[in-house]
Design a protein around this ligand. Structure first.
Ligand code: T3D
Length: 264
């Protein structure tokens, strides 16, 4: 049987591919566990300085495999606990992406629906194929947006638009997503993987500690007062200012040469 998650590392970039293309990479439990394991591996590996998440085939991810929910119910003989399923399977993935002190790029190759769209929005950056789309599919199956969607989408596009999409099960095309700032970049489909890798490689040569600390700062800023942000920034700068990459950046500037950052 094919592995539901593929993992490879090269040039400081870990690439995680969701690999159930026949069902647009919809999530089963083993796949969610494997995704969480792959993210943990990338997080722990000091040689990995940027992560790319993408999908095999024409879809990015169609969210929860709806057939799998039914199968689990039949096997266990009782209704599944949605809360427990989210807390044990989906939420750890979103939490890991948000707290990992390395940049995570979503290379959205096709449709991202339900929790698949949440996964894309949880990434730090998104590059989308011009054929990609984001579908708020939850309401179509009588569910509420989950896996952080309410947090990410409201922040990205504001409450009225986010609510309309969620309440109607609407779809954002790649072009609309680009226009609204939901995706950072859009490229033709056949250029997506190369463009994502080039971007990731560039980030993998950057000062990883500073980027990780920036991620921490911005996560915290979203739930803090200006006073708290000012104080936290000062504290984080104390850490960044003592890194080898800071010293290298200053030395390279003064010596008028390109910096060689090591991510330390
Ligand atoms: O359990 C919990 O913890 C709850 C958590 C819930 C989180 C969620 O994600 S809820 C939302 C679940 N996802 C959906 O409701 C999306 C369902 N899929 C669709 O609406 C459409 O497939 C798409 C809009 C994503 C794409 O449409 P289209 O026309 O491009 O493709 P398609 O023909 O519908 O799908 C292609 C195949 O993938 C098809 O299989 P077939 O007919 O070729 O054998 C389809 O059944 C399969 N597929 C797509 N999405 C899912 C799926 N199979 C299982 N689960 C899916 N989510």
């Amino acid at each position: 049987m094919d592995e539901p998650i593929l993992y490879s590392v090269g040039d400081g970039v870990a690439t995680i591919t969701l690999n159930r293309p026949d069902v647009l990479n919809a999530f089963t439990d083993p796949m969610l566990d494997a995704l969480n394991d792959a993210l943990a591996k990338a997080e722990r590996d000091a040689a990995v300085r940027c992560v790319v998440i993408t999908g095999a085939g024409r879809g990015f991810c169609a969210g929860q495999d709806l057939g799998d929910v039914k199968r689990r119910e039949q096997e266990s003989g009782h209704a599944v606990s949605f809360a427990e399923h989210l807390r044990t399977k989906y939420n750890p993935i979103v939490r890991r992406i948000r707290t990992m002190e390395k940049p995570v790029i979503g290379a959205v190759n096709g449709v991202a629906a339900g929790a698949g769209a949440s996964l894309a929005l949880a990434c730090d950056l998104r590059i989308a194929s011009d054929k990609a789309s984001f579908v708020l599919a939850f309401v179509k199956v009588g569910l509420v947006p989950d896996s952080g969607m309410n947090y990410f989408l409201v922040q990205m596009i504001g409450l009225p638009r986010a609510f309309e999409l969620a309440a109607t099960g609407g779809r954002l095309t790649a072009e609309e997503a680009l226009h609204l700032g939901v995706v950072n970049r859009m490229v033709p489909t056949d250029e997506l993987q190369a463009a994502a890798q080039a971007w990731a490689k560039e980030l993998a040569q950057a000062p990883t500690r500073a980027i990780g600390l920036t991620k921490r700062a911005m996560n915290r800023a979203l739930v803090s007062s200006v006073e708290e942000v000012l104080d936290y920034e000062a504290w984080l700068q104390e850490i960044a200012g003592r890194t080898a990459d800071h010293k290298e950046g200053v030395a390279a500037f003064l010596e008028k040469r390109p910096p060689q950052f090591k991510g330390q």
